[in-house]
Design a protein. Sequence first.
Length: 202
Amino acid sequence: MRRPYPLAAALLLAPVALAVPAHASWRLVKAEEVREIEHGGLVVTAAGEWNRSTSDVGKRGEAWTRNGRSLDDLSFFGGIRPGESLFRTDDRKRRPLPLFEADFLPTDIAEWYRDTANIVLGGSLFALGEVRPATLAGHQGVHFTYRYTGGDNVERLGEARAAVIAGRLYLIAFDAPRLHCFDAGITAARAIMDSARLKPGR
């Protein structure tokens, strides 16, 4: 069954992932607020105001949105270790998620993200677009774009930046409906990606 959610939200709600608690709430992230993302030591500066979910996105992630996650979704993943998947799964045998490897090339990261999405989105057509070198937190990594259409027949565009730092993966991804929402949010998302750095000592 195809799912109508943005990628990270779908991964949270899918059977292979850890569900968001019904009582999950949101906290305001103020414009220009400097915040250390949960897990992994990634620090970013907010471009504009955002709402932060109090529930983790997987084992090492955090989710922000401006207008609700079906309209815009900014997800952070910090310090994913070799042998870990992007999201936690309760069904490793029947629907295993791809595992991160420390020797991934930049193109491998994009393909790993795509393969994870294709498993969890349950039939949505997830396609990679541009893949090119980029930096994240001052380290060489990869920038990639993607698109997919869920069960609601809404086409969504996404953009991500990732880097392997000291053998661990750090990734920030933004996606939103192609019409209106993506263009309205991508500039702020890119500014946040640009601001990323690692907490001293990491």
